[in-house]
Design a protein around this ligand. Sequence first.
Ligand SMILES: [Zn+2]
Length: 248
Amino acid sequence: MTDALLDAIPAPLPDLEPVGFLLRDSSLRGRLLSELTSEEAFFANTILNHAERLEASTGWDGDTLAEYLGCPVATIKDFRDLGMERLTISSQYLELLWKLTGLIETAFDVRTLVLGYGHLYRRAENDITRVEESFTEDPGGAYESLELGEVQTALDIALRVIDPKGFREPRNPFADQPRVHISTTRLDALIKGDLEVLGKAVVAPRMREHIYGLPDHSEGCEACRDALEYRRARIAEDGRAINSQVLH
Ligand SMILES: [Zn+2]
């Protein structure tokens, strides 16, 4: 985790007020939960369940998670005045976040996603459906990048879906080239067998599958395979520090 990322404490998201209260004030939690109607308690417990899993996968405690999610500080009165609407929104917010973090593996990647997800939500004008729809399962979509552990690329792609006008780029002269889906740094880690940083259990095997395909099934991605072979040759012929320039 870079300092720059840790410094980027997001502005509060008022929609997440109940999350902040439930995460930060564990001493009052039980009493307040008992005051809720059964429907409210259902959403509050859903929030707590997702938050607990996020604490485990980010390695953050409740206070830190609340801070990086952008939860405003709430008083007991705020919590008692909460409408069902805010509890529902908070629950949906964490539900989708949890679903997306399920695709990745390392604490660093999950932390990056937590921070970027809040940014997407703000850009989508606090509309969780727009955030959900921005993670399309189309080839080249945000979902595919996330599955390969390319969290920042996934966030960039999702942001373009949410706010296409925010991007005015000159035409990319390489646009007709087959797209490489995996960044140079991660290809290098795969070649060197540095699997912990990629996510050893799920993400690294998924990257290999993407590159080489499944036996007797798909053929794998030629562009990424070429990129991998190119990096392998570079690493073999030159043992010096590998720069992180993007392959084109
Ligand atoms: Zn590829």
